[in-house]
Design a binder for this molecule. Structure first.
Ligand code: KIV
Length: 282
């Protein structure tokens, strides 16, 4: 049961105004959401990275609306106090604005999200405007856009030269004017990230975008050391849960094979006198 005040958009705007940093993590299920809620994570992103982390795909593209809305609902039940962001999957907002509103509305109405995230560049202004007009708070994700991986030819840091950094800064301003409520910068050097962050009243979430951002987000499985393989360089690993889980599973296997588990305390006894009535079962 959560005892904290619900984190809202107003909370995040106030944090920005008062220079108090906030923490964002991804989450994809109820059990981990309970842990994040108890730890006091300010905002949770149900990222389309679920396609990789949960389903084992090599990109985020296979994530679907039904899948992410189901996960977001589970996370909301586990973390009622967090600001919850639903990640709009590939093709859920690209075809037309009507689709975008209908799909974003599902995160809000069915899963109880507080906002949706869309990967954008300057060409997505009309979509963000339409979502804002439909009273759907939008987090505009700029910089490295994993849904555009094939267009970009891989996962590369963005805005590394002055020209592309200026474009990013301009796109961020366009998103604020279009009605976005939050900005997210992925894999962007600290210099343009600072210019974006200092030039807006919107809370800016960094994901490998340096210290000037108002909040930070990483994938939960990367920061607790559960990820299979290398995490991006901007992730700091705070635990080695993969080793710990492998140790526990190894001990379980060994104890079953040696007969140590299950022991008396792990089984149920029959009501007094009933076992005798069974005889030998014949
Ligand atoms: O899907 C995701 O996890 C993201 C990142 C910003 C962490 O979009």
């Amino acid at each position: 049961m959560s005892t904290r005040d619900k984190v809202t958009l107003t909370t995040l705007l106030e944090r920005k105004r008062s220079h108090q940093k906030f923490a964002v993590l991804t989450c994809y299920d109820y059990t981990h959401a309970l842990i994040e809620e108890e730890a006091g994570v300010d905002a949770i992103l149900v990222g389309d990275s679920a396609a990789q982390v949960i389903l084992g795909h090599s990109t985020t593209l296979p994530a679907t609306m039904d899948f992410l809305v189901t996960l977001a609902g589970a996370v909301r039940r586990g973390a009622p106090g967090a600001f919850l962001i639903g990640d709009m999957p590939y093709l859920s907002y690209h075809v037309n604005v009507e689709d975008a509103i209908r799909n974003a509305g599902r995160f809000m109405a069915e899963a109880g999200c507080d906002a949706v995230k869309v990967e954008v560049d300057g060409g997505m202004v009309a979509t963000v405007e339409a979502l804002a007009r439909a009273s759907i708070p939008v987090c505009a994700h700029l910089g490295l856009r994993p849904q555009a991986v094939h267009m970009a030819g891989g996962y590369r840091a963005q805005a590394r030269d002055a020209e592309s950094a200026r474009r990013l800064i301009g796109d961020a301003r366009a998103m604020e004017q279009a009605g976005a409520c939050l900005l997210l910068l992925e894999a962007v050097p600290p210099e343009p990230a600072r210019i974006v962050s200092e030039g807006t009243r919107l809370p800016v979430i960094g994901c490998g975008a340096g210290p000037a951002c108002d909040g930070q987000v990483v994938v939960l499985h990367d920061m607790v050391g559960l990820t299979n393989g290398a995490a991006p360089r901007f992730v700091k690993r705070y635990a080695d849960m993969r080793t710990e889980m492998a140790r526990a599973i190894g001990a379980y296997l060994a104890e079953i094979r040696s007969g140590v588990y299950p022991a008396t305390e792990h089984w149920y006894s029959m009501t007094a006198g009933e076992a005798a009535k069974l005889g030998d079962g014949s």
